[in-house]
Design a protein around this ligand. Structure first.
Ligand code: M6R
Length: 366
């Protein structure tokens, strides 16, 4: 049932190239220059006229929502707010009829997300679900939606659900951006072509597995770990830290790299591993200077870089290379080595990777 893998989590990590292809199926038609998601087509005017998009989710799905915030604002120029469902539902949120709410949930059963959806509906908002489990409560409770089609995710730590959520949300942003005219035709076509290549690039990123395993063996006993990223890769840092915490029980924190100097930099010494997501992207020079600041305090740097990188390579203790893609799509690739890193560390520490202590696959109580 684990298809030759030791754990469901590893199997699901390796399923990502195909899972993303399944998410594309029938929706991404590069030759014709078409992105088509029926739930979006049926409600296109609602998205075009949306004053803002509210994204509600929990855990990893909330991280996918943060990536979507960057993509929707960048490409479709719609203001986005991303909310923890548990906070949203209890704080008298302002919800208007021209708000579009996107609820993201792998299981489609998360109690807080479900309650937040009901609240948004009561206020007259249009609610769109991004779920993996077909026929789940959230998929039934929402006005419309799009399935991720990642296939069953058994490991408690979410992996392929995360990348396929980002895939669906990216397709949605592209479709809406095109309809709104916020994106140049050439850029739109370039994104479609790059998206189609993503499964292949994920495959390439998976080829670093043994190298990531050897890095894991060096840091498996660290009591703490810091994850840093900027822009599109800030949510990836949060997700990397969550993955490490939940399956290896190592305390980890994710931070926007530039926020480090507002506090977390005090934690850095020669025992502190710092995972930095530093692909060649906008503000690369800024992340290089963040790395220099950490080095100056003897922190240990594990950097995820674009293949062929030299500058970060010369500063980092370890580098993990990933193939190049555009900034907006990079989370789909940069998250792969972080999934592998937490997996190997957890295995080496003898943890129950697929069923970590105190956690359930779907949180159906608040
Ligand atoms: O099924 P959902 O996507 O609604 O679940 C949300 C969170 O409970 C979930 O992502 C959780 O954080 C995972 N264990 C993370 O790996």
């Amino acid at each position: 049932e684990k298809g030759g893998f030791d754990h469901f989590m590893l199997k699901e990590i390796y399923e990502q190239p195909n899972a993303i292809k399944d998410t594309f199926r029938g929706r991404l038609r590069v030759e014709e220059g078409i992105v088509k998601i029926s739930g979006v087509e049926d409600n296109l005017q609602k998205f075009i006229n949306a004053n803002r998009i509210l994204i509600i989710a929990c855990g990893t799905s909330w991280h996918a929502g943060l990536v979507a915030e960057y993509i929707f604002e960048d490409l479709a120029r719609i203001p986005v707010e991303v909310e923890y469902a548990s906070e949203f539902r209890y704080r008298h949120p302002v919800i208007r009829r021209d708000d579009v709410v996107i609820a993201i949930s792998q299981s489609g059963e998360t109690a807080d997300t479900l309650a937040a959806i009901k609240l948004a509906k009561e206020h007259g908002a249009f609610v769109f679900g991004v779920c993996n489990v077909v026929g789940s409560s959230i998929s039934r409770e929402t006005h419309s939606g799009a399935y991720t089609h990642a296939g069953p995710e058994i490991g408690v730590a979410s992996t392929k659900a995360f990348t396929t959520q980002i895939t669906v949300l990216t397709l949605m942003a592209l479709r809406i951006a095109r309809a709104k005219g916020t994106m140049a035709r050439a850029d739109y076509f370039r994104y479609l072509q790059e998206l189609e290549l993503i499964p292949q690039l994920v495959e390439q990123a998976l080829q670093n597995n043994l190298q990531v395993q050897s890095i894991a063996s060096i840091y498996k006993d660290a009591p703490n770990c810091l994850y840093l990223g900027r822009g599109y890769n800030f949510p990836v840092a949060l997700e990397g830290a969550l993955k490490l915490k939940e399956i290896s029980y190592i305390h980890a924190e994710g931070y926007p790299a530039a926020e480090m100097k507002h506090g977390p930099i005090a934690l850095i010494d020669d025992k502190m591993p710092v995972v930095i997501i530093a692909p060649k992207q906008e503000h690369y020079d800024k992340i290089v200077s963040n790395i220099q600041e950490i080095k100056a305090r003897s922190g240990k740097i594990i950097a995820v870089v674009t293949k062929g990188d030299t500058q970060v390579k010369s500063l980092a203790d370890h580098i993990i290379e990933i193939p190049e893609t555009s900034d907006a799509l990079s989370p789909l690739i940069s998250t792969i080595p972080l999934q592998l890193l937490s997996y190997h560390i957890a295995v080496m520490r003898g943890c129950n990777v697929d069923q970590p202590r105190n956690l359930a696959k779907s949180v159906t109580v608040e």
